[in-house]
Ligand binder design. Structure first.
Ligand SMILES: [Zn+2]
Length: 301
């Protein structure tokens, strides 16, 4: 039973359309340059406008296909599902919302954990799905990402997380906030094992996801013009009572101000990640056992 009953209906949002989402049809009008693009051409360029470089929002599966060699990967823990621990109800019961989203997306929660090869380097990738309740991070998302990192630890492989999220899942309350600490702790273990973690921030990456693992990468890479922040710009403006600068919370602005390392076009993302991983020596050509000299001598005698 809800504690408080809403007397009035919530204020309807002014816009119902989502301009970034790829719409149906053979031709698509680009929100960036207002030109018509042939849908097939758009798909071939990984849903980036070939004319102006506008990045359309894409799903987790498309991202994984674009990153893994030959689009081949193995998915892990696909059946973890939220049990609605708080029996939460807002405009409708959380359980109902979950069931509807699962039916619509064919996914059980907002992240896909996959293993495979990226330019012949074995990696673990977690890709978040925005269409699943705004890519929000609940208990299942936190658990799956943690397990993914632990898998990277066991296999001694680099971890990559592609964030696309509105933040913590409010329907799971404090339990969703705990995932920030849980995932961060797993990443700390990855760091101590000297394994690389690359964080890829896509439009949008906000709230508890930005405030935890998305900003913890050995390399934090964002897509062009991606919205990245903690609170939304309107909330900040109202709090500090100042006008925010142009491009505030967009990836380029954040690189210039030292919050991110790189902004990379989606079409170059795979090559950029592979280059970074090779630089971090993540591809052992023939895994050379590194035994400290003193220890080797001690065992021989
Ligand atoms: Zn365009």
């Amino acid at each position: 039973m809800a504690w408080f009953k809403k007397a009035r209906k919530p204020i309807a949002s002014s816009t119902t359309e989502k301009p970034s989402r790829v719409p149906e049809g053979l031709w698509i009008k680009c929100p960036g340059c207002a030109q018509l693009i042939y849908k097939k051409e758009l798909e071939e360029s990984l849903n980036v406008c070939p004319k102006c470089g506008h990045h359309f929002r894409i799903g987790a599966v498309d991202r994984l296909k674009a990153l893994f060699d030959g689009g081949q990967y193995v998915e892990h823990f696909p059946n973890l599902i939220s049990v609605d621990p708080l029996q939460f109800t807002d405009t409708k019961p959380y359980r109902e919302r979950l069931q509807k989203t699962i039916a619509e997306t064919g996914m059980k929660d907002a992240v896909v954990i996959a293993t495979g090869r990226l330019e012949r380097i074995d990696v673990v990738i977690a890709a978040m799905e925005y269409t699943f309740i705004g890519g929000s991070m609940g208990v299942v998302v936190g658990e799956k990402i943690t397990r993914g990192i632990e898998m990277a630890l066991d296999r001694r492989q680099p971890a990559i997380i592609i964030s696309c999220s509105g933040g913590a899942r409010m329907m799971e309350g404090a339990l969703s906030l705990m995932q920030m600490a849980k995932v961060s702790a797993a990443l700390a273990r990855l760091d101590r094992a000297r394994l690389p973690f690359i964080s890829v921030l896509t439009d949008p990456t906000t709230g508890g996801v930005t405030a935890s693992f998305a900003m913890l990468g050995d390399l934090n890479i964002a897509e062009p013009k991606a919205l990245i922040g903690f609170a939304g710009p309107r909330v900040i403006e109202q709090t500090i009572r100042q006008k925010l600068p142009d491009g505030f919370q967009r990836s380029q602005f954040l690189v210039e101000h030292g919050m991110l390392d790189l902004v990379i076009d989606r079409r170059d993302m795979k090559a950029a990640i592979a280059r970074a991983l090779r630089f971090m020596r993540a591809d052992p050509p023939a895994a050379v056992e590194q035994v400290p000299v003193g220890v080797a001598a001690a065992t021989e005698s």
